[in-house]
Design a protein around this ligand. Structure first.
Ligand code: ADP
Length: 284
């Protein structure tokens, strides 16, 4: 008993690798020490997970602050010039106003995305399931993207099953997931000249694939692109502004619906993002 008490005290005082070794033949005592050791294992694991998530949280806050500060600094800088510099020409004034407009929009989009993720974490986003014709809805979403697809100078290719797929699902989540995936194909894959969408029905799920033939994503990056704020090389600061939140949001929404989301990439051949909805939600 003294050993047990000493081990528990050591744990309370900060030691994490203490385990009780009992040579007693008393069965109940053996059971007790084994239960206590199990509890100590669990305690150590919980503490490690807590430290991991704490450090991820700190990193996230640092990155969020950086992402918000950059456009805000720029907005303030240009506003300062507009306010104080009386010598600027009308053309410059228009240019600066345009930059302020763009940067402010980026700030707005960023805060919206952060807000969305925070709500998803808090389970505040209740799914509003309703019976929808998935085929018709996805066709509608695709049609709304045609002007952007044409503006990007790419072709669009769609493939739908002959029969309509009716599912019970949250329309807004599906719209958002597809919107994020289509925007990514446009942002990063337009150079491949074609962007596609395929809807199909598998044994136990509905599968939606958004694909392009752009430069794609290397295997190393594929492992991380669903992490919050993860962007590949210069997409954070390059000409195509990325925040690294779109796929994280899409993943949260897909998981909440009981669906899956993953990506595959063969650069310049086919980069695909697959999104599934479980068959339980399929009505016919
Ligand atoms: P964002 O686009 O805002 O950076 P996402 O979370 O949507 O954030 O995407 C994460 C990263 O994944 C992007 O920065 C981009 O580098 C990469 N990515 C996503 N979709 C594609 C695609 N279709 N082709 C190439 N890279 C992609």
């Amino acid at each position: 008993m003294d050993k047990v008490a000493a081990s528990l005290r050591q744990t309370r005082e900060g030691s994490r690798n203490v385990r009780i070794r009992s040579h007693s033949r008393d069965r109940s005592f053996q059971r007790l020490t084994s239960e206590i050791n199990g509890l100590l294992d669990q305690f150590q694991l919980t503490e490690m997970e807590f430290h991991k998530s704490e450090s991820a949280r700190k990193k996230l806050i640092t990155n969020i602050s950086h992402d918000l500060r950059t456009p805000l600094t720029s907005v303030l800088g240009y506003l300062e010039v507009l306010r104080k510099d009386t010598s600027i020409s009308e053309v410059e004034r228009e240019q600066y106003t345009e930059i302020i407009w763009q940067k402010s929009n980026r700030l707005y989009e960023l805060t919206e995305s952060f807000f969305q993720l925070a709500k998803l974490d808090d389970d505040e986003v209740g799914l509003r399931r309703s019976e929808i014709n998935l085929s018709a809805m996805i066709k509608e979403i695709w049609l709304s993207y045609i002007p952007q697809i044409e503006d990007a100078g790419t072709k669009g290719e769609v493939c739908f099953p002959d029969n309509d797929l009716i599912v019970s699902t949250d329309r807004i989540s599906v719209e958002r997931i597809l919107g994020n995936l289509l925007s990514n194909s446009l942002k990063y894959g337009a150079a491949g000249g074609v962007i596609g969408l395929t809807l199909s029905q598998r044994e136990d799920e509905v599968l939606i694939e958004i694909w392009d033939k752009g430069p794609g994503i290397s295997e190393d990056h594929l492992l991380h692109i669903f992490d919050r704020l993860y962007t590949v090389d210069s997409s954070r600061n390059g000409p195509v502004k990325g925040s690294g939140l779109g796929l994280a949001i899409a993943m949260e929404l897909a998981t909440k619906q009981g669906g899956k989301l993953w990506g595959t990439s063969l650069p310049n051949v086919r980069t695909s993002f697959f999104f599934t909805l479980p068959k339980s939600s399929l009505k016919i």
